[in-house]
Design a protein around this ligand. Structure first.
Ligand SMILES: [Zn+2]
Length: 313
């Protein structure tokens, strides 16, 4: 017997010559390696209420100072201080990198946006509670006393994210809010203007807008707008870059529960309320302006996205 045959015989007898199972090289789906609660904030200081986080324009406006009405029923002001704005943008970048690294899927912020993050899930509830009760509620009482009477006792705070390959635009809708704060966090982008088509109660939501109600707003980095939640609106597609906005829906739940304050009772603020004289334009439902064809679309209501397992999406 040759030396090679002898070595082979010895290996077989020792069992080391058995064919070894091949490693499974097929890729398997890998789950997250962390959960959102594990995220360590880059700027923990931003989680706590602190007047230094707020811009003097907001502090003055909340105390009764001037505020600019940039379009009918739409008010603009700087909300966060420059340092808080910078920290918040850095935090979002840090969170995004962490979520990618750990394959953590962030909750969609509402029923209409797929990308972004819910701020209350990130520990910002104390800051947002304070912002709502101490600063925004007084401002709402002054600017929009007819909806909520400044009794804003709930909020839904989230960041929306628009870019090529992600969400590019936002369909025509109203918010599940008495008043909405929409703060542009910046980023270089083109397009993505907001368009508005007048305030309507639930019963008149599908009615056509009047010409004077059709207005557009171009976002300015660092500037927030306040508008009534039932002011019908949408966002044009972004053409390049990336736009992130902080949205805060402000709700007055006890006010909503009172007689006549439900969504379906027409109020004088509705553009089709009888006090405005002209008959509602019933013949055509409101159109999605700028669509490439003449098809009409029903106007939806943006809601908080259901949590996993809590119901249909
Ligand atoms: Zn109405």
């Amino acid at each position: 017997m040759s030396k090679a045959s002898l070595r082979s015989l010895v290996r077989r007898l020792r069992g080391t010559g058995r064919p070894q199972p091949r490693p499974d090289t097929r890729s398997k789906p890998r789950g997250p390696t962390a959960k959102l609660a594990d995220y360590v904030h880059l700027h923990r200081a931003l989680l706590a209420p602190n007047p230094a986080h707020l811009h003097p324009q907001l502090l003055k406006a909340a105390a009764g100072g001037p505020i600019e009405e940039v379009l009918p029923g739409i008010f603009a002001l700087r909300v966060l201080s420059d340092s808080a704005l910078r920290m918040f943008r850095e935090e979002l970048t840090c969170l995004e990198e962490w979520a990618t690294k750990h394959r953590v899927e962030l909750s969609r912020p509402n029923s209409m946006n797929r990308f972004g993050v819910i701020l209350d899930e990130l520990g910002y509830t104390p800051l947002l509670d304070w912002l709502r009760t101490q600063h925004l509620s007084p401002l709402c009482a002054r600017l929009f006393p007819e909806v909520g009477e400044g009794r804003m006792d709930q909020h839904h705070g989230f960041v929306v994210d628009y870019q090529m390959g992600g969400d590019r635009d936002l369909g025509f809708h109203v918010d599940d809010a008495e008043v909405t704060l929409n703060l542009c966090l910046g980023g270089g982008f083109e397009g993505g203007e907001l368009y508005f088509e007048g305030r309507r109660c639930g019963g008149h939501r599908q009615m056509q807008a009047r010409e004077h109600e059709r207005v557009s707003y171009v976002h300015q980095p660092g500037v927030g707008i306040l508008h009534a939640g039932k002011h019908r609106h949408g966002a044009w597609p972004i053409h390049s870059g990336r736009r992130q906005n902080l949205i805060l829906w402000l709700r007055a739940s006890t006010w909503r529960a009172e007689d006549g304050n439900d969504d379906w009772t027409c109020q004088p603020w509705c553009g089709d309320h009888p006090t405005h004289g002209a008959q509602p334009m019933r013949s055509q439902p409101s159109k999605r302006i700028g669509s490439s064809d003449s098809t009409t679309s029903a106007i939806g209501v943006g809601h908080e996205a259901p949590r996993p397992g809590s119901g249909p999406t």
